[in-house]
Design a protein around this ligand. Sequence first.
Ligand code: NAD
Length: 250
Amino acid sequence: MKDLIEKAAKIIDEAKEVLVFTGAGISTESGIPDFRSPGGLWSKYDPQDFYFDRFISNEKAREKYWQMSTEAYATMKDARPNPAHLAIKCLEDRGKLLALVTQNIDGLHHKAGNSPDKIIEIHGTALSVSCLNCRKPYGRDEIEERLRSGVKVPYCDECGGILKPDTVSFGQSMPEDKMQRALECAARCDACVVAGSSLVVYPAASIPAQAAQSGAKLIIVNRDPTPLDNYATVVIHGSLSEVLGPILCP
Ligand code: NAD
């Protein structure tokens, strides 16, 4: 493992523009469960219940969605960045971070102090809510307060439209501008670090794939194997809070 960490650190040292791509695994050590590990959200809920078209068309599905989402948000609200998030902040301080593309919706990269203009949240954020009809924005805590007071499914005060956290659900279209910017950075970077993603969710996983295809050195740090391991220059199976610091910020 030590040799692999040194090899990865050398790649980062020599790189000028690094793209970092993070997934739920970077936040598990901040107390936020991922989806696919044992004890993760998909061991308690059926993902089929959370498709966007069901959310739009069915009041019962919306009720279930808000139950799951409230449970997930409770773990995110007061979570603090761990050493892996702070290592990426340090990479930015070294002047090497081209962009930080995250699938996470927990806001922890912002809390770690990375500049908002470097962070591309391709799956949105759970920290705010908006009306799907008139786009009126709401603070997440305000909506959680309504749910605590007994409301099962919240609706817009302004137009009665359906409210939804500003996250991208299964079957909901990706924010095109963010995807395009992420793919441009992938084509341009000279190294790409994947941290804590199973790389099975598409189109998100096409971003590190694009980086490798464009000639960037790919470093994958994940507890479990991923489908892109064969394309990587270095693969490290370890705990992110232990491994990312020595790679990005030795
Ligand atoms: P995933 O659950 O599919 O995969 C997470 C990966 O991280 C797993 O392969 C696991 O082996 C690895 N991992 C977990 N803890 C680790 C640790 N401490 N050190 C090293 N590796 C670790 O997550 P994904 O690839 O991000 O894709 C699923 C979707 O999950 C994303 O779209 C994201 O929006 C959503 N999600 C986000 C959060 C969050 O915001 N924190 C939480 C749950 C799910």
